[in-house]
Design a protein around this ligand. Structure first.
Ligand code: PEP
Length: 259
């Protein structure tokens, strides 16, 4: 069975005081939930705080990005090893906000992904179509090119160490969510495409859905057979909402390993 995974993406939000309260409430809210995995991806300056407050709990932590190079003259950038120094489990790679605002590409994603794995992190690789692409019906073609773009560089074996996130850009931060069946169809497509390379990798890979997931819609999404959890933006900033989403994942049936 694939275990559900719920990951918070705080984006550029937080301060020491608010984080402390939020992390404490999340830890208290998910304590004892054993059927799913939970994590928070915080801004880089708060990794130390996350490490201090989360170690020994059932909430892992991670970074929202790592650079595509190991080290060097990249002012303001942060490497995979730097975040690994703070005990991170995860690193989000090529969130659509980074593709759009920082011109990240499939190629830069593949480089960051390789380094993240080398540094002992689990990359969470984001894919998804824009509203225009959705409206002209090219969702599968877009997701296929984002998947193939990294697969061709990283190789199928390393992809077994990656968590995927399908995040339609039109659903991120907009309040519009893909319906469970819309999201399921894309997740199934992604798994099927990986299955053409390796059945076992496809059966084991976790594919999260992201895009305006909240307490009110999480259970319907998580019950779908190819939706292995969620990547949560806005709703992760309110502990009651985030904890309710984690509880929905904990209660959802684990997905059978099938392709
Ligand atoms: C995200 O940024 O990854 C995200 C899914 O955001 P939101 O939940 O706010 O749509």
């Amino acid at each position: 069975m694939r275990r559900k995974l719920v990951v918070a993406n705080w984006k550029m939000h937080g301060n020491l005081e608010r984080n402390k309260l939020l992390l404490r409430e999340v830890v208290a809210g998910v304590r004892g939930l054993r059927n799913a995995d939970f994590a928070v991806c915080v801004p880089h300056p708060y990794l130390f705080q996350a490490q201090q407050l989360l170690k020994g709990t059932n909430v892992a932590w991670g970074a929202q990005n790592v650079h595509q190079s190991e080290q060097g003259a990249y002012t303001g950038a942060v490497s995979a090893w730097m975040v690994a120094d703070f005990g991170c489990t995860y690193a989000i790679i090529s969130h659509s906000e980074r593709r759009g605002q920082f011109r990240e590409t499939n190629e830069s994603a593949a480089k960051s992904m390789k380094l993240a794995i080398k540094a002992g992190l689990t990359p969470i690789y984001c894919m998804g179509e824009t509203l225009d692409e959705y409206e002209v019906g090219v969702t599968e073609a877009v997701v296929a090119s984002q998947l193939d773009g990294v697969l061709n560089i990283v190789g199928i074996k390393l992809l077994s160490k990656v968590v995927f996130a399908y995040e339609p850009v039109w659903a991120i931060g907009t309040g519009k969510t893909a319906t469970p069946s819309q999201a399921q169809a894309v997740h199934e497509f992604i798994r099927g495409r990986v299955a053409k390379h390796d059945l076992e990798v496809a059966a084991n890979m976790r594919i999260l859905y992201g895009g305006s997931v909240k307490a009110a819609n999480a259970a319907q999404l998580f019950v779908m057979p190819d939706i292995d959890g969620g990547l949560i933006g806005s709703a992760s900033l309110a502990s009651d909402e985030f904890v309710a989403i984690c509880r929905a994942a904990n209660q959802a049936p684990g997905s059978k390993k099938r392709v």
